[in-house]
Design a protein. Structure first.
Length: 289
């Protein structure tokens, strides 16, 4: 007889949120955490809030985002209201083979990596409230979609993100997770890139933020260092404030080629080194801005 805590035969354990207290509804998620978007359930207030968020952010990204993002955003054409994942997926699939899948919010690392490795980007289905217009603790639909989805149309970025997912699965038994989490933070979330017009943003945490996007590029306080893979993977990050430190890549091609080597020896090497705080500098740092 099944006891409390042991799943019934033939029934798998329902997916659990990666940490307690998250806002999304995880009870109906599939084992890989997918849930349907249920586009018809969004209210007209939510569509209107999306339009406002989009319009505010569009003005900012025109000045501060990298050209690849702007070109892709235009192709997505998602400013009129909350986009339907199925129609977005038609564009993504034919351009780079990516698709988006609905999720209740943050999901555990293994499932996250598994999706990326198969060119599926998990997007939170719920939208923030009007009170959270400027700042939201958990990633919501606007962050996930506006910040992350456009660049999935860029072939080199798309290739890199899939490789990151496959690398994540490989890193789990090797103890590489903390290093890959830092890499993700300083590239996919808060990365800057040098362009002909100057340094621009490509990280989703910047592209979807009203306050941090101009701060990252113009404010005198944060430091902006040339991207260095091992340096990035040793550097702690802050989740509770504007970033004191950014790393600048030369191109998505650089990101792809710098992360192409087998990381197995890097993880062993990094485990021997002390981690760096975001405020620390090392002799090799190249300060760019
Ligand atoms: N090349 C890495 C490895 O072999 C995987 C990886 C690719 C990690 C891209 C991050 C980004 O482990
Ligand atoms: Fe994100």
């Amino acid at each position: 007889m099944p006891t409390l805590g042991s799943p019934l035969p033939g029934k798998s354990v329902p997916p659990q949120p990666p940490r307690p207290g998250l806002r999304g509804n995880y009870t109906d998620a599939r084992p890989d955490y997918r849930i349907p978007q249920q586009w018809s359930h969004y209210s007209s207030d939510e569509h209107a809030l999306w339009q406002l968020l989009y319009a505010r952010q569009l003005r900012l990204v025109r000045r501060y985002a990298c050209p690849e993002f702007l070109a892709a955003l235009q192709k997505l054409d998602a400013g009129g209201g909350i986009p339907r994942f199925d129609s977005v997926n038609r564009k993504l699939r034919r351009t780079t083979g990516w698709e988006v899948v609905g999720v209740p919010g943050l999901i555990p690392d293994r499932e996250f990596f598994e999706h990326l490795a198969h060119r599926r980007f998990p997007v939170t289905v719920w939208l923030r409230t009007p009170q959270e217009f400027d700042y939201i603790v958990e990633p919501d639909l606007f962050h996930d979609f506006f910040g992350h989805v456009p660049l999935l149309l860029d072939p080199v970025y798309a290739e890199h993100l899939q490789a990151y997912g496959a690398g994540g699965l490989k890193a789990l038994p090797l103890g590489g997770l903390p290093y890959l989490a830092r890499l993700y933070w300083y590239t996919i979330e808060f990365g800057l890139v040098r362009t002909a017009a100057g340094v621009r943003a490509y990280g989703a945490g910047l592209l979807s933020s009203g306050a941090e996007l101009p701060y990252a590029l113009l404010d005198p306080r944060p430091r902006r260092l040339a991207f260095d893979l091992l340096r990035v993977m040793r550097t702690e990050y802050r989740i509770d404030s504007l970033q004191p430190l950014y790393f600048v890549i030369e191109s998505f091609a650089q990101l792809l080629s710098d992360t192409a080597p087998d990381f197995t020896p890097y993880y062993a090497h990094l485990a021997q080194l002390p981690t760096l705080q975001c405020g620390e500098t090392v002799a090799e740092d190249r300060i760019l801005l």
